[in-house]
Design a protein. Structure first.
Length: 207
């Protein structure tokens, strides 16, 4: 499992029930409550926390997050494509259908999160860990994994087309089926039972 550098957040933060993103830059703030629907591009958030926050299907492409922690928040269907996340952690969050495609994630932790149908296609991951997460139907097409791991995750129906899984370990994860080519699976560590499932999915007949 890669070593993840945790967000560097000061102990004293300015409380805010709703974000004021008029200047597109926010720092050292503790957010709570519901964020109404809005569209904002190139938003920058630094050294902040989101605790028990509900995002109402917001559209925040090209967001820049540095030293940010999300806890018990609902980010379902949030659009964050082409964003940059550095030293960011998600704990007990819901990100069903969230779009983080074509993004850069560095030193990012997802822990006890629901990420069904989340989009990570064309995203670059470096020092990223998913721990005890639900990822059914998540898409990782043409993703780039470096210092990356899944730990005790549900990966059924995940899409890994054109993505190298070389060096990854799925042995403590679960999947009934997933989409990946033979080339994508080279170097992937799996259990014997998982290997049989993959062989069946690839059309290999075992007698």
């Amino acid at each position: 499992m890669p070593k993840i550098i945790a967000p560097k957040i000061p102990s004293s933060l300015t409380p805010a029930l709703e974000a004021d993103f008029t200047d597109n830059y926010t720092k050292q703030t503790k957010f709570t409550g519901t964020f109404p629907i809005r569209e904002t591009e190139q938003l920058v958030i630094d050294q902040s926390c989101f605790i028990n926050v509900f995002f109402e299907a917001n559209h925040y492409p090209k967001m820049d997050l540095t030293d940010v922690r999300f806890e018990k928040s609902n980010l379902s269907n949030l659009s964050l494509y082409s964003s940059t996340l550095h030293r960011v952690s998600f704990h007990d969050c819901k990100l069903t259908g969230a779009d983080l495609s074509d993004s850069l994630l560095h030193n990012v932790l997802f822990e006890n999160c629901v990420l069904d149908l989340a989009g990570f296609s064309f995203t670059k991951f470096k020092a990223v860990n998913f721990t005890n997460c639900e990822l059914t139907g998540a898409e990782f097409e043409s993703a780039d994994f470096k210092q990356f791991s899944f730990q005790k995750c549900q990966l059924t129906d995940c899409l890994f087309s054109n993505t190298s899984l070389n060096g990854l370990d799925f042995t403590n994860c679960h999947f009934d089926k997933l989409t990946a080519s033979i080339d994508s699976l080279k170097g992937l560590k799996v259990t014997e039972e998982q290997a049989l499932k993959l062989a069946t999915l690839l059309g290999i007949v075992i007698e």
